[in-house]
Design a protein around this ligand. Structure first.
Ligand code: AKG
Ligand code: FE2
Length: 501
């Protein structure tokens, strides 16, 4: 805006200097033989003046149009949503008529500018935080000192008080054969796995599609052990032909590893976690953290308030979380877990729709435990090139040092990133594949982190319907409570869509 104003000032100066032009000055007595040229010059300067004036007006109109554009693309839409936010908060006092729900909601998205760019943000009174851009793909930021030491301590203690559970249970046995589940012949599966269609399966092709099955993480070494143990690669060339593949059952790899005995280090994730609700009536620190997240992400507060509770995670020495996306890809059939209430039908493609991840480091880790973003700001994203020459970039026990970006845990620091791109119209678009990340193995000490995921359904209508439903439920509950009646499912019930919690 300052730039615009100064440009405007320059135009004003240009305008003044036109009037002061010596050629149009009245004090110079015109000589008869110079009359014609003088008149011409005054006509010229007048038309010059007109042209400058026209440009000046067009410029002003453009600036006004630009201001309107910016206003209606950011300001009022989020205001519109915010007013609905306030409205929904007020729903404890008065009903929310359907037609008041905004027809268009825009999600503000923070600009990264460039890697290393620092923006000042105001999140708590009397303190300015620095928000540094760590990558543009995914759009990823770091905010040191987001939580105070005291807040980190309270969150850890509340989690311990509640009790943590294994993040991943040891593999359930006796599942259906993969071929039966898929209803595909071995030839059909072979063809699907054979990405380069050379009639042979490279280890890379097998791992790309089967490295995670039943929660077990398959490595290139595992594959070699399995081939040797099952005599699967009879010609010993390290590749599987169709005939060799036919000799194996659909889940031969995982079955082999299970029979040999599994350790927790062979799972996708080796940690313990719990969930802490952050709504009314919970510890003040938890509510405060959620408010700060709303300020940080600049999202409408009802979106943040209706999101998953805080997930607190503890990794012991040797703990890890292999590379993953926090959200699923968006297909037409995809439904989101959090808006299940508003879905018209149940879908087999239900996934977590986590628009933003806010990850807090609750302690500084003695050794290892970094968060890795192996393909951050890569030029391209190709699933197949994640595994090359026995190096699987998603393996956070072995290859964290080979990824593009690693964040060292530092007590109180928050990192946050967008798991989805924008759809270009202010709503959630495609999954951002570059948001791939994981927790590197903790080599010394313990690591505590917490996740706040902000849930948004890429299907705008479904998100809107879901929010309306929640708001109506809250009103009904409120009415029951003011009339002294117990609500349908008991007065202690809160509107928590996360039934699995
Ligand atoms: O532990 C980390 O650094 C990453 C954790 C993570 O990605 C998750 O909990 O989803
Ligand atoms: Fe994650």
């Amino acid at each position: 805006m300052q730039y615009d104003l100064s440009t405007q000032d320059q135009k004003m100066e240009a305008h003044e200097s036109v009037e002061d032009e010596p050629g149009s000055s009245p004090i110079q007595p015109p000589m008869s033989r110079e009359r014609a040229p003088l008149q011409k010059s005054s006509v010229c300067s007048r038309s010059y003046f007109m042209v400058v004036m026209i440009f000046f007006h067009v410029y002003i109109i453009n600036v006004i149009a630009l201001l309107f554009y910016v206003h209606y693309n950011n300001g009022p839409s989020s205001k519109e949503f915010t007013s609905s936010t306030q409205h929904q908060h007020n729903s404890f006092d008065q009903p929310v008529p359907h037609e008041r729900f905004p027809q268009t909601m825009h999600l503000p998205r923070i600009e990264g500018i460039r890697v290393g760019h620092v923006q000042k943000v105001s999140l708590v009174p009397n303190k300015v935080h620095q928000m540094r851009t760590l990558s543009l793909k995914p759009l990823l930021f770091e905010v040191p000192g987001f939580l105070s030491d005291e807040e980190c301590r309270v969150v850890i203690q509340l989690a311990q008080l509640k009790g943590l559970m294994e993040s991943q249970v040891m593999v359930p046995d006796g599942q259906e054969e993969l071929t039966e589940q898929l209803n595909l012949s071995p030839e059909e599966i072979f063809n699907l796995l054979d990405l380069n269609q050379d009639n042979q399966l490279q280890p890379q092709e097998i791992l790309t599609h089967s490295r995670v099955r039943d929660g077990i993480w398959l490595t290139p070494e595992n594959l070699r052990e399995i081939y040797a143990g099952l005599h699967a690669d009879s010609d010993g060339n390290g590749l599987l032909s169709l005939d060799e593949f036919r000799m194996l059952s659909g889940d031969a790899f995982q079955r082999f590893l299970k029979r040999r005995g599994l350790k927790r280090s062979q799972l996708v994730r080796n940690s313990r976690h719990t969930w802490l609700y952050q709504g009314q009536g919970t510890h003040q620190v938890l509510q405060e953290v959620r408010k700060r997240v709303t300020l940080l992400t600049r999202l409408p507060s009802e979106l943040v308030d209706l999101s998953e509770p805080l997930q607190v995670v503890r990794y012991e020495q040797g703990g890890h979380y292999h590379g993953h996306h926090d959200s699923g890809p968006v297909y037409p059939e995809t439904t989101c877990t959090h808006t299940r209430l508003a879905a018209n039908s149940s879908s087999p493609f239900e996934t977590s729709c986590r628009y933003i991840t806010v990850l807090y480091y609750l302690n500084s880790v003695e050794g290892g435990g970094e968060t890795t973003f192996p393909v951050a700001d890569n030029r391209t994203y190709e699933e197949l090139s994640l595994i090359q020459n026995d190096v699987d970039l998603l393996d956070t026990r072995k290859n964290c040092d080979k990824g593009n970006l690693r964040v060292k845990p530092s007590k109180g620091t928050a990192v946050f990133w967008y798991n989805y791109l924008s759809d270009g119209r202010g709503w959630v678009g495609e999954q951002d594949e570059y948001s791939l990340h994981g927790g590197c193995v903790v080599t010394s000490g313990t690591k505590w982190v917490a996740n706040n995921w902000i849930n948004v359904d890429p299907d705008y209508q479904r998100q809107a319907r879901y929010q309306q439903l929640v708001s109506q439920q809250q009103q009904q509950q409120q009415q029951h409570e003011t009339q002294g009646e117990p609500s349908e499912s008991g007065s202690s019930r809160h509107t928590d869509p996360h039934v699995e919690l």
